[in-house]
Design a protein around this ligand. Sequence first.
Ligand SMILES: Nc1ncnc2c1ncn2[C@@H]1O[C@H](COP(=O)(O)OP(=O)(O)OP(=O)(O)O)[C@@H](O)[C@H]1O
Length: 228
Amino acid sequence: MILMQDIYKTYKNGVTALNGININIDQGEFVYIVGPSGAGKSTFIKLMYREEKPSKGKIIIGEKDLSDLKEKHVPFLRRDIGVIFQDFKLLPKLTAYENVAFALEVIEESPKVIRKQVMEVLEMVGLKNKARMIPTELSGGEQQRVSIARAIVNKPRIVIADEPTGNLDPETSWEIMELFEEINARGTTIIMATHSKEIVDRKKKRVIAFEDGVIARDEQRGEYGYEV
Ligand SMILES: Nc1ncnc2c1ncn2[C@@H]1O[C@H](COP(=O)(O)OP(=O)(O)OP(=O)(O)O)[C@@H](O)[C@H]1O
């Protein structure tokens, strides 16, 4: 479960990005976050994995109240949340296998567990044969698959994606969306910020629309709702 109560976020430069957010997302939901540029979507997402802290308000992720989460416990929160970005953020000198394994090495998993889980997850995203390639040897879609593999190798309960198809062509985007649906079907909560009207309107899911730092719409089986 993800709960936000009365969340405000003002950055150091005085810009207020979120202006009173209340939200409740159940385990296993698939939620699109939409809205105009600058509406507060990325800020909302960053609060969930503690990349940013709210200026005011309460955030609960699973059983953890982030208000009293000590810095040294942030890595434990991140084990429960996989994050995926538009620009993949892979380590350029490491192979696909090593990029995914890295997520488990930092939490000191045993080499045996690492090998098994990394190969399983690379197979799931269809990249078992390209495990030894480095990011520049892979297409954009393949790089995004590696980053998805890295995000889910820990079996997190929540996957957050900030414009994951923003750098991909339409066909590749659909393939990536299928992967997200597969992950969601296993019970993982998916929260995805997107500017893609095609994706949101075709895959009818819960839609939360941000405008000027507040939630303007929150609809089950919603639509994108903006002209493109
Ligand atoms: N680190 C920061 N410091 C200061 N202001 C910021 C920072 N990050 C975001 N903002 C401001 O907060 C507001 C909300 O930004 P945010 O990135 O959350 O919007 P967004 O809806 O994700 O936009 P986009 O669709 O363009 O990614 C904007 O006015 C932005 O300029």
